[in-house]
Design a protein around this ligand. Structure first.
Ligand code: NAD
Length: 422
């Protein structure tokens, strides 16, 4: 059966399919189902004109929305604005979203979207224009019962608010449930902003126990200080771990005695980038991977841990906040060295979990308290960790393989009972 599909050919898609193939054969997955799961069910590619603030410059921009699996309910997944975005990357991320939803028991299939643009160069007005136009381009394939976007790399609550407004203007009434990760004033959930970072750190005690590490006082370095990295740092500090380094695109800050995460957050709110933050050494962002720390949290972009820098990593524990932060080669190298890796599709599933809560609240028009939301998030994340860890022990496989087994199994069962139409 054909295993490579030229439409999606790219490093990330090939890695996603490579992982899937390995686990599918380990599970003895039915060939027909495996082939169906290798490719997304629907992919939308758009190009559209984007007018810059100087008015005379009109650029042609590419955007994508990929829906991997529509078997069990609507699809769900973030929209990223990034210069590297292409169809293969978005298709890979949509596939990982399917496994992620399945691992935490959220009744959605995976989707992902992206616009190939550098959001850091855009004014607020430009960001709004590109968001609204992209939303119009994909308006027929999204909706509260079909496909529900959320924030991802380079997008945020404000971008989701413009998306919700554009969709609502189009259909003629407010539709909060078309998007999650929006501001609470529009029907966003409390605790959604912090959910991914907090979810990562809910797993710290269990993961630390697996390597015999005391999480209290453990040193933590976090690559990325955006939505995921910032709130992971905050949660780590609240859990009494010692955050010694964080980074962003401008560089990294390091203080072996610990960084005051609240002060860093305030600095970034006022100065946008970490560069210039007092009370810490400043270094190149990639130097964070070689620091002598107990726990490393990659929470920025993909493929930052590779065969060339994996040997420098000293952490015993890696909790993946970003999607696909390490190459397959680096993953093998670190595993061989006994580093315990909590894989992205488990570790960062707190985001989609609270996105699901947000959608439920919007649909029911009944909103939960912060305690209720965070309590349910903790329960789902810690149970998912235990389930995956048990598979890892019983089947004698690493945590990534175990997470994929859990994610793929539920989806394959659902496909089998629905059957083939017609
Ligand atoms: P973000 O845009 O809020 O933050 C990204 C961070 O990475 C920033 O600190 C930025 O400066 C840094 N960064 C950007 N480009 C970089 C580069 N080339 N080199 C080094 N650093 C760079 O994004 P986010 O929402 O925090 O997402 C980060 C990762 O987590 C992505 O892989 C995303 O897919 C994944 N993720 C996000 C969520 C979510 O809820 N936002 C959920 C699950 C997974």
């Amino acid at each position: 059966m054909e295993t490579s599909r030229p439409e999606f050919d790219s490093q990330m898609y090939n890695e996603a399919v490579g992982q899937f193939n390995r686990v599918a054969s380990l599970m003895g997955l039915d060939d027909n189902i495996a082939d169906r799961l290798r490719v997304p069910q629907k992919s939308t590619v758009v190009s559209f004109p984007f007018r810059h603030d100087n008015y005379t410059e009109v650029e042609t921009i590419f955007g994508y929305r990929v829906q991997h699996l529509t078997t069990m309910g609507p699809t769900k997944g973030g929209i990223r604005f990034d210069t590297d975005v292409d169809l293969g990357e978005v298709a890979a991320l949509a596939m990982w979203m399917t496994w992620k939803c399945s691992i935490v028991g959220v009744p959605f299939g995976g989707a992902k979207g992206g616009v190939r643009i550098n959001p850091m160069n855009l004014s607020r007005a430009e960001l709004q224009r590109v968001t609204r136009r992209f939303t119009m381009e994909i308006i027929n394939v999204i909706g509260p019962d079909t496909d529900i976007p959320a924030p991802d790399l380079g997008t945020n609550e404000q971008v989701m608010a413009w998306l919700m407004d554009t969709y609502s203007q189009h259909v003629g009434h407010a539709v909060p449930a078309v998007v999650t990760g929006k501001p609470p004033a529009l029907g966003g959930s409390v605790a959604r902003r912090e959910a991914t970072g907090r979810g990562l750190m809910f797993l710290l005690p269990q993961a630390a126990a697996a390597v015999g590490l005391d999480p209290i006082g453990a040193s933590v370095a976090i690559h990325g200080f955006g939505n995921v990295g910032r709130y992971a740092a905050q949660a780590a500090q609240e859990a009494k771990a010692r955050v010694v380094a964080v980074s962003d695109i401008s560089g990294a800050i390091h203080n072996p005695d610990g960084i005051d995460v609240g002060a860093v957050g305030k600095w970034v709110d006022e100065n946008r980038f970490l560069e210039g933050f007092p009370d810490a050494d400043f270094m190149k962002q990639e130097e964070i991977f070689g620091l002598d720390v107990d726990v490393l949290v990659p929470a920025a972009i993909q493929n930052v841990i590779r065969a060339d820098n994996a040997p420098d990593i000293k952490a015993k524990l890696i909790i993946e906040g970003a999607n696909n932060p390490m190459t397959l080669e680096a993953d093998d190298m670190l595993r061989d060295r006994g580093v315990f890796i909590v894989p992205d599709i488990l570790a960062n599933a707190g985001g989609v979990t609270v996105s699901y809560f947000e959608w439920v609240q919007d649909v029911q028009k009944y909103f939960w308290s912060e305690n209720e939301t965070v309590g349910r998030l903790r329960e789902i994340m810690t149970r998912a960790f235990d389930d995956v860890h048990s598979i890892s022990i019983n089947e004698k496989v690493d945590m990534r393989t175990a997470a994929l087994i859990k994610g793929i199994r539920r989806v394959a069962d659902a496909k089998l009972v629905r059957g083939v139409f017609p």
